[in-house]
Ligand binder design. Structure first.
Ligand SMILES: *Cc1c(COP(=O)(O)O)cnc(C)c1O
Length: 429
C-alpha cells in the first residue's frame, strides 16, 4: 500500500516510511492511496470471528506485505489484550467502553499498535534510534508512554501543557522512566502541538529520526477503526441502523470510523460531539473552516482548536459537503451541559460516565431524534477515574481506584519544564 501526502507535494511512500516519518516532507498528513471494501461474507459471518481476526481483516490491506502475516497477527494480539464491552445505558443507547486497556483510555489501541510496528521496522537497525515526539492534551501521553515503554531503539519525548492535564494523567506520563521523557510546557495544548510540528520540519534535528505518535501517524490512527467493527459485531443481531457518536478533539477516532464505513461496515450516521472547541460544528453551519485557539474545558482531551484529522475526513468525502452532511453531524456542548448530562446519566440509569463520554451522549441524543428506528452508540473514551476531580463532586460518589492506576499514582513525577521551541531543541540535542 502506498500513502500520499494530503498537501500533494511530497513523494508517495510505503506503510513503513509513513509510520517512521509521521508527517510528509510537505507537512501534509499521509492518506492511503486506495480503500478496498471487504467482502460482504466478512460482515455476514462477523459474529463467528474473534476481535483479533476482525482486526486483521480490517487492517491487512493498509499494511500490505510490509509486515509478514504472522508478525502482524502477533502485533494485533498484543494490541488487543483487553475487552471492548458494549453496555446498554438506556433503551436504544449503548456505551462502547474503550477504557479497559493499560492506561484506561482508548488511545491504548493506537499506541500499542504503532509501537510494535515501529519496533518491527527497527529490528535490524541496532544503532539508529527513532525519537517519538508527541504532544498531548491528556490521554495520548499516558497511552504512548505505556505503549512504548521499553521498546528497543525508540526514545519517547512527550510534551504536555502544564497544569492542564489531570493528576492521574500527569502521573501516567511522568513516572515510567526508562525510554520515556516528559516535557512540561508553559502553555496550552496547541502550543505543544505547534512545537512538535515545528520540530518535524526542522532540518537541524534530522539526525534524531523524529516521528509522531499523535493520530497524524497512520499507525496510531488506523487501528482505531477496530472498535466500530467490534460494536457492530455486538449489536448486529438487532438488525437496526447504527448511529455512532464520537467525542472528538483531533477527529482521529471518528475519521477511523469513516474508514470502517468505507470498508463496508454498515453505519448509518456519525456524530462528532465536541466541547466548546467547536471549529467543526461551526464549519458545518457556515461552510467556513475557521480554526480558533483552544479553550480549556473539563473534557480536556478534546481541547483542540484546529483538529488535525479533519483534512482526512474532507478527503474521504472528496470535499463534497452534501455527501458529507448526509453521513455526518457535529454538535458542541458547554461544561455546564456536560455536567448536567453526567448527572442525568447517573441518576436515571446508574451509569457512571466521564466528561468526554457525556459530551458524546449529548450529541447522540440530539442526532437520534432524526433517526426513528436506529440504535445509538457513544464512545466512552476514558475511565471515569481519569477525571475523578470532575466526576466525584458532580455525582457525589467516591470511585474505587483500578489496579492500572494504583500502580502509578504513588510514583514520583519526573518532568522537565520548557517555555519555548528553543528549549525543546536544546533538550533534544
Ligand atoms: C483523545 C481523546 C478524545 C478525542 O479523540 P480524537 O481522536 O482526537 O478526536 C476523546 N476522549 C478522550 C478521553 C481522549 O483521550
Amino acid at each position: 500500500m502506498k500513502y500520499y501526502s494530503l498537501n500533494h507535494n511530497a513523494p508517495k511512500v510505503s506503510f513503513q516510511e509513513a509510520v517512521i516519518q509521521g508527517l510528509a516532507s510537505d507537512k501534509g498528513l499521509y492518506f492511503p492511496e486506495t480503500i478496498t471494501p471487504l467482502n460482504t461474507s466478512f460482515f455476514e459471518t462477523i459474529e463467528n470471528l474473534s476481535n483479533e481476526e476482525i482486526a486483521f481483516e480490517a487492517i491487512n490491506q493498509f499494511v500490505g506485505d510490509e509486515i509478514p502475516e504472522h508478525v502482524l497477527k502477533e502485533i494485533i494480539a498484543e494490541t488487543l489484550c483487553f475487552d471492548f464491552p458494549v453496555v446498554e445505558v438506556e433503551k436504544g443507547i449503548y456505551s462502547l467502553e474503550l477504557f479497559h486497556g493499560p492506561t484506561m483510555a482508548f488511545k491504548d489501541v493506537g499506541a500499542r499498535f504503532m509501537s510494535r510496528c515501529l519496533a518491527y521496522f527497527n529490528k535490524d537497525k541496532a544503532d539508529s534510534k527513532n525519537t517519538v515526539l508527541v504532544a498531548t492534551s491528556g490521554d495520548t501521553g499516558g497511552a504512548v508512554a505505556s505503549g512504548f515503554l521499553g521498546v528497543a531503539g525508540v526514545e519517547v519525548v512527550i510534551l504536555y501543557p502544564s497544569g492542564k492535564v489531570s493528576d492521574i494523567q500527569e502521573k501516567q506520563l511522568t513516572t515510567l522512566g526508562q525510554n520515556i521523557k516528559a516535557l512540561e510546557v508553559d502553555g496550552v495544548f496547541d502550543d505543544c502541538q505547534d512545537m512538535v510540528k515545528k520540530a518535524f520540519l526542522d532540518e537541524t534535528l534530522a539526525h534524531k529520526n523524529l516521528t509522531s505518535a499523535n493520530s497524524i501517524n497512520i499507525a496510531r490512527w488506523l487501528p482505531q477503526m477496530f472498535y466500530f467493527f467490534f460494536a457492530y459485531k455486538a449489536l448486529k443481531k438487532q438488525n437496526k441502523p447504527l448511529v455512532f457518536s464520537c467525542p472528538s478533539g483531533n477527529f482521529g477516532n471518528i475519521c477511523a470510523g469513516i474508514i470502517a464505513k468505507k470498508l463496508g461496515l454498515p453505519i448509518e450516521h456519525f456524530v462528532a460531539s465536541t466541547n466548546v472547541n467547536d471549529t467543526v460544528p461551526r464549519f458545518l453551519e457556515s461552510g467556513k473552516y475557521d480554526p480558533k485557539p483552544s479553550k480549556a474545558t473539563i473534557s480536556n482531551a478534546m481541547d483542540v482548536g484546529n483538529p488535525s484529522n479533519f483534512i482526512r475526513i474532507q478527503e474521504l468525502y472528496n470535499n463534497d459537503l452534501k455527501a458529507f452532511e448526509k453521513d455526518f453531524s457535529s454538535y458542541s456542548y458547554t461544561d455546564e451541559e456536560t455536567l448536567e448530562a453526567l448527572k442525568q446519566i447517573y441518576n436515571t440509569n446508574g451509569y457512571i460516565a466521564e466528561p468526554h463520554g457525556a459530551v458524546g451522549y449529548l450529541g447522540l441524543k440530539k442526532e437520534l431524534q432524526k433517526h426513528d428506528n436506529a440504535i445509538g452508540i457513544f464512545l466512552e473514551t476514558a475511565h471515569p477515574i481519569k477525571f475523578l476531580d470532575v466526576v466525584e463532586p458532580a455525582l457525589g460518589i467516591t470511585l474505587p481506584i483500578p489496579t492500572q492506576i494504583e500502580s502509578v499514582i504513588n510514583e514520583e513525577k519526573v518532568s522537565v519544564k520548557i517555555k519555548s521551541y528553543e528549549e525543546l531543541k536544546a533538550f533534544l540535542g
